[in-house]
Design a binder for this molecule. Structure first.
Ligand code: SF4
Ligand code: SF4
Ligand code: FES
Length: 571
């Protein structure tokens, strides 16, 4: 590890670090615009200029005569970096004054205000006055950049991060620099809007308020947003995301950098695909059919049309419903244990799957546990694309949108293998039509009850459905339990590569809906509140293939399963 001295602080750096990264290790910020860890280096903005020198073996330091761009300057043993000298400070002030020459001071109406590097750096490194006494250049806003992207042209600092992203990561190269000098602008090639499946990332990459998301534009000032660390459930890549919400409404998802999962970016399908969680069709209250009402304790019931049908809604909706559910499950298992089938969804967390599976198997080992439908669409979509839209060669893939459209098949399969010895699909059991009672867990974004499942379920003695949206099954279910979306869950998802990541709830469920973990804690009569870390430790100890969870805390980036465990889970 080369030793580097940053403002008199000695740190161990990585031989591949540039000055920006080495300084970060010493807790020193070198302001920068054009440099980004995942893109090529152009050293064009000059915001990162620093003094660099070398400490000789005799202890003397020889500083270079000129300022150098920290983004483009590699470090080595004995590199000395100075970021706080008068020379560096004057350069930073001059760079910011130049960048602001034609910049409109429209922070009050700019979507980026509050998370803008032009604001922040001007405050920290700039100076209060501009010497320009000419009118500023004014440029047209460009709403044609993409379906989801608008360009506020005169806010652009010409860092070209967006251009390099479309060339180097998406491979689609829609963006370019047009004109020259102070008339330079970002634009798209004629008739080629930036609509590739990764396009939304240019908004995150833009360090100022030039590229904005049309979806988020003027919806919420960013300082009102609270952030939770979540996982996108759009596919098995399992991108780490920030879920930004205010008053239980999610406004946007942003990628959360995770070198073990997806890297720096996310796809637009995941980014904009979260709206279903606020869909007004969501099931908002538990329901027990009239025939089953009061089964547990003869509680008094009131008629309800909350589900568009004759159902029963309790005054304390969950207490009695869960008591009834428990008693109906026990009755059905007593009558025909082998005929009782629980369908676990690949949208459940590991903890949720474990709670339900362990409870049912402990009631009677003959109960069958099966895998719910695993949604697949097309084939894996890899980036950067070649000139004709072809996939990159192996080893050059920078981002993959996976065909498997669920977050936790591997985690749920590990639970099934542990309790059942194998993974049987719901389709296999439905085809046999030998089940007499069903407990379905859904949680899918799109309809998942196929005709063959619907037919295979037939008219069982007990049908329990725990789900987000009404379906042909929930319409005729004996008991409906309204569950939570990905933004309402705590727990663990295991992605396509065996990376176990923690998800954290961002919002409360609407109406009387509840996160599955909470439903299952109460249903299975476990004491205390659901606590993912505690349950992870229990699961890690109980299930060998999930032993990576025994630490409880999975950290910011998650924990990779050991090779043996990963192979067992993926078998
Ligand atoms: S639009 Fe944003 S990302 Fe693109 S060059 Fe301008 S400032 Fe940079
Ligand atoms: S690649 Fe998959 S997990 Fe990542 S954002 Fe897209 S849909 Fe979500
Ligand atoms: S970040 Fe180094 S020159 Fe732009």
């Amino acid at each position: 590890m080369p030793k580097v001295i940053v403002n008199d602080i000695e740190v161990d750096a990585d031989p591949k670090d540039n000055c920006i990264l080495a300084a970060r290790k010493a807790g020193v910020e070198i302001p920068h615009y054009c440099w980004h860890e995942a893109l090529s280096v152009v050293a064009s903005c000059r915001m990162c200029l620093v003094e660099v020198g070398e400490k000789k073996p005799d202890g003397t330091v020889a500083m270079g005569p000129k300022l150098v761009p920290g983004c483009q300057t590699p470090i080595k043993e004995g590199t000395v970096i100075k970021t706080n000298t008068p020379k560096v400070k004057t350069s930073q002030q001059m760079t910011l004054e130049l960048l602001l020459l034609n910049h409109p001071l429209d922070c009050s109406i700019c979507d980026q205000a509050g998370e803008c590097y032009l604001q922040d750096y001007t405050y920290k490194y700039g100076k209060a006055h501009s010497r320009l006494d000419e009118p500023k250049l004014q440029r047209e806003d460009k709403y044609h950049i993409g379906e989801q992207i608008a360009l506020f042209t005169d806010r652009c600092v010409m860092c070209t991060r967006c251009v390099r992203f479309t060339r180097e990561v998406a491979g689609t190269a829609e963006l370019q620099v047009v004109a020259r000098g102070s008339h330079e602008e970002i634009d798209v090639f004629p008739e080629t809007p930036c609509n590739n499946k990764l396009a939304g990332n240019v908004v995150d990459l833009c360090p100022v308020g030039a590229l904005c998301s049309k979806d988020f534009l003027y919806k919420k000032r960013v300082w009102w947003l609270k952030h939770a660390d979540g996982i996108c459930t759009g596919c098995s890549t399992g991108c780490s995301v920030h879920i930004d919400q205010n008053e239980d409404k999610v406004y946007r998802l942003r990628p959360r950098e995770n070198p073990l999962a997806q890297g720096h970016f996310m796809c637009d399908e995941g980014r904009f695909g979260f709206k279903y969680i606020h869909d007004e069709r969501r099931i908002l209250a538990p329901k027990v059919s009239k025939a089953n009402a009061g089964a547990a304790n003869g509680s008094s019931v009131a008629s309800s049309t909350a589900f568009g049908g004759a159902g029963t809604q309790f005054a304390d909706p969950w207490k009695d419903v869960l008591a009834t559910t428990r008693s109906k499950i026990k009755e059905a298992i007593k009558t025909d244990a082998r005929g009782f089938v629980a369908v676990l969804s690949p949208f459940m967390t590991v903890e949720e799957a474990y709670l339900l599976a362990s409870y049912l198997k402990q009631l009677d080992a003959r109960v069958r546990l099966v895998m719910g439908p695993v949604p697949m669409i097309g084939s894996d979509d890899m980036y950067p694309k070649g000139p004709k839209g072809e996939a990159p060669e192996a080893g050059k893939v920078k981002f993959t949108i996976r065909a498997e459209k669920c977050p936790n098949r591997l985690g749920v399969e590990a639970i099934l293998r542990h309790f059942e010895g194998e993974v049987i699909s719901v389709a296999q059991v439905a085809a046999k039509a030998d089940a007499t009672a069903w407990y379905f867990v859904g949680g899918y974004q799109h309809g998942w009850v196929t005709e063959s499942i619907d037919r295979g379920v037939g008219s069982p003695s007990l049908l329990i459905v725990q789900d987000l949206f009404p379906s042909p099954l929930s319409e005729r279910a004996d008991i409906v339990l309204p569950s939570g979306s990905f933004a309402e869950r705590e727990g663990t998802y295991v992605n396509h590569s065996g990376l176990a990541q923690a998800v954290h709830a961002a919002i409360r469920s609407p109406g009387d809906a509840r996160a599955d973990s909470r439903i299952l804690m109460e249903l299975t009569e476990r004491t205390g509140l659901f606590h993912a870390t505690t349950l992870r430790k229990e699961i890690g100890k109980a299930i060998r293939t999930l032993s990576a969870l025994s630490a409880g805390d999975l950290g910011e980036h998650g924990v990779k399963m050991g090779v043996a465990a990963k192979e067992a889970v993926m078998a």
